[in-house]
Ligand binder design. Structure first.
Ligand code: MTE
Length: 325
């Protein structure tokens, strides 16, 4: 830990929540009923992306939850991203050397058009949607985050999946020179970070690849330049800094399940009735609400599927969700 470099995000870079709220209110006024086609192409494109850059977005199709949004400051200063260290503030303190732009990722496996995709090009192909989601970490903290993203199904379709594809596997980045958590003696886990979804989960309209939050490209600690967001699952499914998307017939491996299979499953659906072996999952602490960032936040009841049951419960009809945790 002593070899780590000091924090790099100056306070001036941190956008207060109010700036975002004003911008969004303006957008909502202007864009009631507006379509992506109505946006000038040059603005939708984002050549030369950089960290924290303003993005042109369109309102997403999913209504925002009534809960208050977590501040930008809290969203970007309390993170899990073990490539930068295992402490909650390590990702913002020690991600300075990571250079996520330019960025390409591969889509392959059981597809007819395997390809390498440049993220700048990706952002010219699809509207960037505002998606305000409740997020719930397995450690019983939660946030409400205004993501900017693209439905994962649109990205998968670029590669024309074959009928035999049953799952989608994801791989994170391996750059020990830029990521202090990937070098040294005490490695928290084998790299790359791995995750997976069933194909119907991956194609569900709630599932997005996020490229930004609060209207700007992701900061390094949030998973720049692209990370998975699946709001009805525990946070560890949300793999950051994705380099590879592979369609498979077999259920892929996921890092936390490999590390501690009796504690972390493949499905990882938020479920207040299935306790973690070492703690209850019945309640959660909303970061920034009623207490400081690192403690004292009030406890609220956790909802089945993190409150997204109407949308996703049918995916698991007939499944034993205690056995498939
Ligand atoms: N992705 C990578 N590549 N490395 C990680 O360590 N941590 C996961 C997930 N994605 C992790 C990752 C865990 S445990 C959580 S809870 C979420 O990221 C946290 O996302 P957040 O920091 O944006 O809240």
């Amino acid at each position: 830990m002593s070899a780590y470099k000091p924090p790099h995000i100056p306070a001036s870079e941190i956008t207060p929540e109010t700036t975002w709220l004003k911008r969004r209110t303006l957008m909502a006024g202007l864009a009631a009923g507006a379509t992506f086609a109505a946006l000038p192409k040059a603005e939708a494109a984002a050549p030369g992306l950089s960290e924290g850059m303003e993005l042109k977005t369109v309102p997403g199709p999913i209504p925002a939850p009534s809960d208050k949004e977590t501040s930008f400051e809290d969203v970007t200063h309390y993170n899990n991203f073990y490539e930068f260290g295992t402490g909650k503030s390590d990702p913002f303190k020690y991600s300075e050397d990571f250079k996520p732009y330019p960025w390409t990722f591969e889509i392959g496996g059981l597809v007819n058009k395997p390809q390498t995709v440049d993220i700048d090009t990706l952002l010219t192909k699809f509207p960037l949607e505002d998606r305000i989601y409740r997020m719930r970490c397995v450690e019983a903290w939660s946030m409400v985050i205004p993501w900017v993203g693209i439905p994962l199904s649109s990205i998968i379709d670029l590669a024309d999946p074959q009928g035999s594809a049953k799952y989608v596997a994801f791989e994170g980045v391996v750059r020990p020179k830029e990521m202090p958590g990937q070098r040294g003696f005490a490695q928290p886990m084998p790299w790359p970070y791995l995750e997976g979804l069933r194909i119907d989960e991956a194609r569900h309209p709630l599932t997005i690849i996020a490229v930004g939050l609060y209207g700007k490209t992701l900061l390094n600690q949030s998973g720049a330049p692209m990370r998975l967001v699946v709001p009805w699952k525990y946070g560890f499914k949300g793999i950051k800094s994705i380099t590879k998307i592979t369609l498979t017939e077999e259920q892929p491996q996921n890092s936390w399940n490999l590390l501690a299979p009796h504690e972390y499953g493949f499905y990882a659906n938020v479920n207040p009735d299935v306790p973690h072996p070492r703690w209850s999952q019945a309640t959660e602490q909303r970061i920034g609400e009623g207490g400081g960032l690192f403690g004292g936040a009030k406890r609220i009841p956790t909802e089945m599927f993190n409150g997204y049951g109407d949308e996703v419960a049918s995916l698991y009809a007939g499944m034993d969700l205690k056995a498939n945790y």
